[in-house]
Design a protein around this ligand. Structure first.
Ligand SMILES: C[S@@+](CC[C@H](N)C(=O)[O-])C[C@H]1O[C@@H](n2cnc3c(N)ncnc32)[C@H](O)[C@@H]1O
Length: 201
């Protein structure tokens, strides 16, 4: 279900703030952001400057990124009217989404983040969105996708989960090469890496 109205305040209270339900602790999230920043900078060979967070929700990545890289620019997109009204001005989040990237502009970003929502999209929207997103990925994309083999906690009843081979094929068709740990790079960027820096290459 990707109905934007579902992602209201009660949703974020339940899955982000209630310790009985929340999927990530603040420490886990901070470690994940640090990993992705380091991976992007290793691939680009320079500090991170521009980040696009698609499906940013309340923008939980923004304060962590701002602490790690105060000079980097952050743009969040989310279809949730609640999230944009409450956090939009403070964290730089605009209305938009995976299927509507207009508010991202046309210039590629060093890092594109898609965390916590790709598995909720029906396959045709996921595949179309990946191919549209590709032009905005100048360095690394953090694409959080879970397969049918992953053991999950949290809000996973409505997830569409395919095999790893299927996702690798779809992402490959969109021009992306796996780097591991949910990080992907456009083929042209990945050619600058050593062969074994790429996962399964
Ligand atoms: C579990 S939250 C993840 C929020 C954030 N990315 C994070 O990791 O904390 C899921 C978010 O996906 C957003 N969402 C739902 N459908 C979407 C779509 N088609 N494109 C982009 N975001 C979408 C929801 O509004 C919600 O904010």
């Amino acid at each position: 279900v990707t109905d934007a109205a579902r992602f209201d305040r009660a949703y974020f209270d339940r899955w982000y703030r209630d310790p009985r339900h929340r999927v990530h602790s603040p420490g886990e999230r901070a470690r994940r952001v640090a990993l992705v920043v380091a991976a992007t900078e290793a691939v680009l060979g320079r500090p991170l400057r521009r980040v696009l967070d698609v499906g940013a929700g309340e923008g939980h990545w923004q304060p962590i990124l701002a602490r790690l890289r105060p000079r980097a620019r952050y743009r969040g997109l989310d279809p949730s009217a609640y999230a944009v009204a409450r956090f939009g001005a403070r964290r730089g989040i605009r209305l938009g989404g995976f299927d509507d990237l207009r508010a991202a502009g046309r210039r590629p970003y060093d890092l594109v983040v898609c965390s916590g929502f790709l598995n909720y999209l029906p396959a045709p929207r996921l595949r179309a969105g990946l191919s549209a997103l590709r032009a905005l990925i100048g360095g690394v994309a953090y694409l959080e996708l879970f397969t049918a083999a992953d053991e999950l906690s949290g809000d996973h009843a409505t997830m569409d989960r395919r095999s790893a081979a299927t996702y690798r094929r779809w992402l490959g068709t969109a021009g992306l090469v796996p780097l591991g740990l949910h990080c992907w790079a456009p083929r042209a960027v990945a050619t600058g890496l050593a062969e074994l820096e790429r996962a399964g290459a």
